[in-house]
Design a protein around this ligand. Structure first.
Ligand SMILES: [Fe+2]
Length: 424
């Protein structure tokens, strides 16, 4: 984490404003949901919306209020068990695959819990918070934004299980975007480059320390791989050719009978997909999404290319403006690329998280921060791959060129796709 301004915080402080904005956004995300929608857990990896709304609140209560606001009264002692996610240093917790058993408290009570904690955080900030406390509030805001994205991907997974294929929001079909044309490859010299966050502004601990990396010359596609390109892979027997697949991926194909991206299905001879706007025809011009690492890698092999490393991606993204199709657009689906411009990368931010070939590992001299929040990232640096760039359900202002998302290689329910790379 970085350091923030040492001056005392007031009601109008940036951290207080940011806190209010993030908390209000979560409330808006929960608004279309019934108590039943918000309670059911559709698979062990997905959490109920109610749990996301309560857990993010528990994070502020546990990490910020209890240690720093004298006289703070805990809303409900049992919530420490119900809504702790994975913090061993904080105690026992409801097992992750059984979060859907939490039929009580009611969703309304979770919103009361949010009000209770919000009032206490406001009090703390009005009294003037130390830089350390301000940093924790900032971390809590970024943590909550991560859960906002998960709330949406988990609701999508839940609604995809329903025979009614309900729309989370606005069921009208979106217009089909223009054909983006062949991808062009942009060249990068490589050499010794600086990677990682420089400490100016907020970053998660895993984004640093900034360090040097050696890159050979390489090229990156100027746009994301589209659904139309992925359909060509399917029609060419891509899911039936073991030579295209990593061994662990081929085992998943056989075990799970994968034949198309997650959420895709056939209707009247056409590909359709489940979206946050209900079932919709697949837009051939939009970026392909809901791919595992294995599918992304197999597609790249089929195309005669490869996935970029996270360092190649970051080196290319450094200095680009972080504009893109994020959650705030309300589109909630990836969008076809805009017109090509010579030598310019498109869709680097937003639309879909881009799988890289890099394992989620510590950078040189990485040390998790002290205390319970030190469990945030470091202990997950095993068996996962890094994704870069954010998605169409990532909140605005939550992404950076140095941001490292990570998931196991078989994860498919996130908005995950790919950009091709090759050696120069
Ligand atoms: Fe969390």
């Amino acid at each position: 984490m970085s350091t923030l301004s040492p001056r005392p915080l007031t009601k109008a402080s940036p951290v207080a404003e940011r806190y209010r904005h993030v908390r209000a956004t979560s409330r808006e995300l929960g608004a279309p949901l019934s108590d039943a929608d918000a309670t059911v857990q559709s698979m062990p990896d997905a959490s109920p919306a109610k749990w996301h709304l309560a857990h993010t609140t528990w994070f502020f209560e546990t990490m910020v209020l209890k240690p720093n606001l004298p006289g703070y009264e805990v809303f409900d002692e049992s919530f420490n068990y119900l809504f702790n996610s994975y913090y061993e240093t904080i105690g026992e917790r409801q097992p992750r695959p059984r979060r859907g058993m939490i039929t009580r408290p009611h969703l309304d009570t979770v919103f009361d819990y949010r009000d209770h904690v919000d009032a206490a955080v406001e009090t703390l900030l009005e009294r003037g918070a130390s830089p350390e406390v301000a940093e924790l509030v900032e971390l809590g805001c970024h943590h909550e934004q991560q859960h906002q994205e998960l709330l949406l991907t988990d609701i999508l997974h839940l609604f995809a299980q329903s025979p009614l294929k309900p729309a989370y929001r606005d069921p009208q079909p979106l217009g089909v975007g223009r054909e983006p044309g062949e991808a062009r490859f942009v060249s990068f010299d490589g050499g010794i480059v600086e990677i990682g966050h420089d400490g100016q502004g907020f970053a998660f601990d895993s984004e640093g320390p900034r360090h040097r990396a050696l890159l050979d010359p390489y090229r990156l596609a100027d746009r994301l791989v589209t659904n139309g390109e992925f359909i060509a892979f399917i029609e060419d027997g891509g899911y039936r050719n073991p030579l295209l697949w990593l061994s662990a991926g081929w085992a998943d194909i056989l075990a799970n009978k994968w034949e198309q991206p997650f959420y895709w299905f056939q209707r009247d001879g056409e590909w359709w997909t489940m979206t946050l706007r209900g079932a919709q025809p697949v837009d051939r011009n939009a970026p392909v999404t809901h791919l595992s690492y294995f599918e992304a890698d197999a597609f790249a092999t089929w195309a005669g290319k490869r996935l970029p490393s996270e360092f190649e991606w970051e080196n290319a993204a450094a200095g680009l403006s972080m504009e893109g199709n994020f959650a705030g657009s309300g589109r909630l689906r990836p969008k076809p690329a805009g017109p090509a411009r010579d030598g310019a990368l498109r869709q680097m931010f937003g639309d879909v998280w881009e799988w890289t070939r890099s394992p989620f590992s510590p950078y040189p001299r990485f040390k998790p921060v002290e205390g319970a929040v030190g469990e945030y990232n470091g202990k997950f640096m095993c068996g996962q791959f890094v994704l870069r760039g954010g998605s169409c359900v990532t909140p605005e202002g939550h992404i950076r060129a140095t941001y490292r998302n990570f998931f196991p290689p078989d994860a498919r329910w996130q908005f995950s796709g790919l950009r091709l790379a090759e050696d120069a």
